[in-house]
Design a protein around this ligand. Structure first.
Ligand code: SAH
Ligand code: SF4
Ligand code: F3S
Length: 454
C-alpha cells in the first residue's frame, strides 16, 4: 500500500535539497510525497536553527501536529512524526523532552539511515545525531522524481570558519566536499530528467576542494568548468560564498564561463572592522570592497547580494554607520539583513554588551530601507531590456508563468504552459519592489511564443 509522506522544510536551500533526498530514501519503502500533513503516514519537519525565531517555529508546528497525529490514531491509522535538520542536531533529546509525541529526531548527516530509524521507531523513540564516518552521500539512492527546470546540488557541506555568532559548524559539522565524479554523475542525471539550471550548494561553497582526475585537487572553479560541459545545462549558480575563499580562478570563471550566471551572494555581515574581528570573519571591510572591485572587473554586470547582521554584541552607532557605508559603496541588487540572535553554544551569545532589542530593530529598519532602495534601483534599471528568463513555475493567475532572470530577479510573464522549463527572451516592462514583469518576445500564440525561446 502506498504511504503518504509530508515534509515541511525550513531554513536554507541545503535543507530543501536534503528534503528532496529524504523523499528519495523513502521512495523504495512506498512513501509518496503529499502536500498536506492531515492523513499522512509520515511527517518530517526539516528544521533550521540559525536564529531563535526559526527554531521556535518548529515547536509551534509540533503543537499543531500533535492533534493531527491523535486524530489519525483515533481513526485506526498511525503517523510517524520526525524532526530533522539543524534544530534536531542542536537540541537532540531536548526536542523529545519538549514534544514527547515526536517519534524520531535525526540530524542533517543521518538521513540516509531513515529506513532503519523508521523500523526502530515501531519499538521505541529514536534520536540519531551522530556524525557518521561514512558520508551520507555514498548511501543515497538516485533521485526518485525529476527536480524541475531549476535544481539544487549540494557539493560541499559543513563549515570550519566558526564565526562567533553562528550555529552552522555545530549543526552541519566540519567542512566536507563531495568528489567531482559523483557530482558530475548527479548533475548529468538531473539534466537528463529536465533540469537546465543547477545551483551548487554549500555552507561555504567556494571552499570546495576535492580530489579529481590524476589526484589533482579540484577547486569550485574547476568543478564549474567541468559541469559547464554538460550538454543541456544552460545555467549554473552557486551559494553561499565566503569572502575569504573567493579565489582568482573563481573570479575569472565569472568572466569566461558562459553558463555561470551574473549573480553572486557574498555575505559581508558588517562594515565595521572591529565588529568583523569580533565575529571572526577573517576579513576587513576594505578587503571586501577590493574583492568586489575584482569581481566586477571580471564580470561588470554582476548582481551582488549579501547578508548583514545588525546589533551584534557591542555594535555602536559608529559601527552601524560603517555597515551603511559599505552598503552604499557596493550597491547591492538585493540583500538579507537580520537582527543578531544569540544562539546557545556560540561564543557571541556569552559576550557582554548585548544590544537592546529596540536598537536592533531601529538599525534593521534603517538598513532595510537602504537595501530596499538599492534593490528597486537595480530592478528599475532592467526595464526596457530583454532578459533571458528561465520559466520555472506557474504564476498566481491562469496564463502566468514565473521565472528568474540571469540576475536572480523573479520575472512574471503571460505565457502558455508549454513554455514551462524553457529559457525565454522576455522584454521587461515593469519593475515592482521584489519582482519584474514583462512579455515574451515574439507573438502571443503558443507557436509564436516557442519561437521566442532561446
Ligand atoms: N555560510 C554563510 C551563512 C549561513 S547562515 C556565510 O558564511 O555567510 C545565513 C545568514 O544568517 C548568515 O549569513 C548571517 O547573516 C545570518 N545569521 C547567522 N547566524 C545568525 C545569528 N546568530 N543571528 C542573526 N543572524 C544570523
Ligand atoms: Fe556560519 Fe560563518 Fe560558517 Fe557562514 S562561514 S556557516 S556564517 S560559521
Ligand atoms: Fe538553518 Fe541549518 Fe541551513 S541552521 S540556515 S538549516 S544549515
Amino acid at each position: 500500500m502506498p504511504k503518504k509522506l509530508f515534509i515541511k522544510t525550513y531554513g536554507c536551500q541545503m535543507n530543501a535539497y536534503d528534503s528532496a533526498r529524504m523523499a528519495d530514501v523513502l521512495a523504495p519503502l512506498g512513501y509518496t510525497p503529499v502536500n498536506c500533513p492531515a492523513g499522512a503516514d509520515m511527517v518530517i519537519l526539516n528544521t533550521c536553527h540559525i536564529r531563535e525565531k526559526a527554531a521556535e517555529k518548529v515547536y509551534s508546528e509540533l503543537g499543531r501536529l500533535r492533534s493531527l497525529k491523535r486524530t489519525r490514531e483515533r481513526d485506526g491509522g498511525a503517523m510517524v512524526l520526525a524532526v530533522a535538520g539543524c534544530v534536531a542536531q542542536a537540541e537532540g533529546e531536548e526536542v523529545r523532552r519538549r514534544a514527547p509525541w515526536v517519534d524520531i529526531v535525526f540530524g542533517p548527516q543521518a538521513y540516509h539511515r531513515l529506513p532503519d530509524m523508521i523500523s526502530e521507531a515501531e519499538r521505541r523513540a529514536v534520536v540519531d545525531t551522530e556524525f557518521p564516518i561514512e558520508p551520507k552521500f555514498d548511501s543515497l539512492p538516485e533521485e526518485s522524481a525529476p527536480r524541475g527546470a531549476a535544481a539544487f546540488l549540494t557539493v560541499q557541506e559543513g563549515c570550519d570558519k566558526f564565526c562567533t555568532f553562528c550555529v552552522v559548524p555545530y549543526t552541519r559539522g566540519l567542512e566536507y566536499s563531495r568528489p567531482v565524479a559523483d557530482l558530475l554523475k548527479e548533475a548529468r542525471r538531473l539534466v537528463e530528467s529536465g533540469t537546465c539550471e543547477l545551483t551548487l550548494l554549500g555552507q561555504n561553497v567556494n571552499a570546495y576542494h576535492s580530489g579529481g582526475r590524476n589526484g589533482r585537487t579540484r577547486s569550485l572553479a574547476d568543478l564549474i568548468r567541468e559541469l559547464a560541459e554538460i550538454d543541456g545545462l544552460r545555467r549554473l549558480r552557486y551559494t553561499t560564498s565566503h569572502p575569504r575563499d573567493m579565489s582568482d580562478d573563481l573570479i575569472s570563471a565569472h568572466g569566461d564561463v558562459d553558463v555561470l550566471m551574473p549573480y553572486l551572494h557574498l555575505p559581508a555581515q558588517s562594515g565595521s572592522d572591529r565588529i568583523l574581528r569580533e565575529m571572526n570573519r577573517g576579513h576587513t571591510s576594505g578587503d571586501y570592497l577590493r574583492l568586489v572591485d575584482r569581481i566586477r572587473a571580471a564580470r561588470p554586470d554582476i548582481a551582488l547580494s549579501s547578508d548583514f547582521i545588525v546589533g551584534f554584541p557591542d555594535e555602536t552607532d559608529v559601527d552601524f554607520e560603517s555597515t551603511l557605508d559599505l552598503v552604499r559603496q557596493v550597491g547591492y541588487a538585493s540583500a538579507y539583513s537580520f537582527r543578531y540572535s544569540p544562539r546557545p553554544g556560540t561564543p557571541a551569545a556569552g559576550y557582554e554588551d548585548q544590544v537592546a532589542d529596540d536598537v536592533k530593530s531601529e538599525r534593521l529598519a534603517e538598513l532595510q530601507e537602504l537595501i530596499g532602495r538599492q534593490a528597486r534601483a537595480f530592478n528599475a534599471a532592467t526595464v526596457g531590456r530583454t532578459l533571458d528568463v528561465l520559466l520555472e513555475r506557474r504564476g498566481r493567475h491562469e496564463g502566468q508563468l514565473v521565472g528568474r532572470s540571469p540576475y536572480m530577479q523573479a520575472v512574471h510573464v503571460e505565457a502558455d504552459l508549454s513554455c514551462l522549463g524553457r529559457v525565454a527572451a522576455v522584454r521587461i516592462d515593469d519593475a515592482l519592489p521584489n519582482s519584474l514583469s514583462g512579455r515574451l518576445m515574439g507573438g502571443s500564440g503558443p507557436e509564436d511564443q516557442l519561437a521566442g525561446m532561446v
